[in-house]
Design a protein around this ligand. Structure first.
Ligand code: ATP
Ligand code: MG
Length: 253
């Protein structure tokens, strides 16, 4: 098993943003996390990534508790997340933004740096992966631009690229298709599907563009007012009475 969330709760003052949430995600699953605005999706990601501390409940990753760990400790265990609002490094190029995150870059260790033959093959491999991603994400034209010079949509793509380069075991993507043209959104999801198949990476993806998301995920978790109101196959979600009512803003009876 990859991720197990047990009875997780997070309060902001009187508001219970995440309210007793439990679910498990197996290794290699590609799961959609959906729900109306303010239903607690990003808060749930922040709890898993260690950005927020839960008020109750447990999070286990690969069988070990990760709730209460710092974000860098959670990252080191293989949990990577992208942000709803992209956080691109401004003063390096797009390509360098993608080359930054891989783990254990040999050339960065002081005693190895002078010995070029030790780190050169790894650098070439990283460069190959970066160039593949730049093609897949259609960033070729801005590849050498500064992170500060590109559009919001391109920052989003750079941020997604960075998450993909991080070699996480569990990748959490917060609205990867927001602000991105429809054909490119499909490219992103196709790329995610490929990485998932080739590396058995686990993905949980928050996305409001349901018509796109539901084409690629077989399972969805639906949140409403801090609770999971549906956990099952995507085709069933759009027909589920509670889900439909949550999206229409009607009280479930
Ligand atoms: N740091 C915070 N302090 C206080 N309230 C917060 C904080 N973060 C989120 N909230 C509140 O918690 C609730 C859940 O927010 P969250 O951002 O998790 O929703 P979401 O499902 O990601 O929504 P969206 O689809 O709009 O991104 C909302 O009512 C939000 O206003
Ligand atoms: Mg959100």
């Amino acid at each position: 098993m990859s991720l197990e969330v047990r009875n997780l709760t997070k309060r902001f003052g009187g508001l219970v943003a995440v309210n007793g949430v439990s679910f498990t995600v197996e290794r290699g699953e590609l799961v959609g996390l959906i729900g109306p605005n303010g239903s607690g999706k990003t808060t749930l990601f922040n709890l898993i990534a260690g950005v927020l501390k839960p008020d109750g409940g447990e999070i286990l990753f690969d069988g070990e508790r990760i709730d209460g760990l710092r974000p860098d400790e959670v990252f080191r265990r293989g949990v990577v997340r992208s942000f709803q609002i992209p956080r691109t490094f401004w003063h390096v190029t797009v390509a360098e933004n993608l080359a930054l995150p891989p783990r254990q870059q040999r050339g960065e260790r002081p005693h190895v740096a002078p010995l070029r033959r030790l780190w050169r093959p790894q650098e070439l491999e990283i460069a190959r992966q970066v160039s593949e991603l730049i093609d897949a994400l259609k960033l070729t034209a801005v590849n050498r631009n500064w992170g500060s010079e590109i559009s919001g949509g391109q920052m989003k793509l750079t941020e997604i690229g960075r998450s993909m380069m991080s070699e996480g075991k569990l990748v959490l993507l917060d609205e990867p298709a927001a602000g991105v043209a429809v054909p490119l959104a499909h490219e992103i999801f196709k790329h995610v599907s490929e990485v998932r198949s080739s590396k058995s990476t686990t993905f949980i993806i928050i996305e409001h563009k349901l018509d796109i998301l539901l084409e690629y995920v077989e399972r969805v978790l639906v949140m409403h007012e801090g609770r999971i109101i549906y956990d099952g196959d995507s085709s069933g979600a759009v027909r589920d009475q509670k889900v439909v009512e949550a999206y229409l803003g009607v009280e479930a009876s």
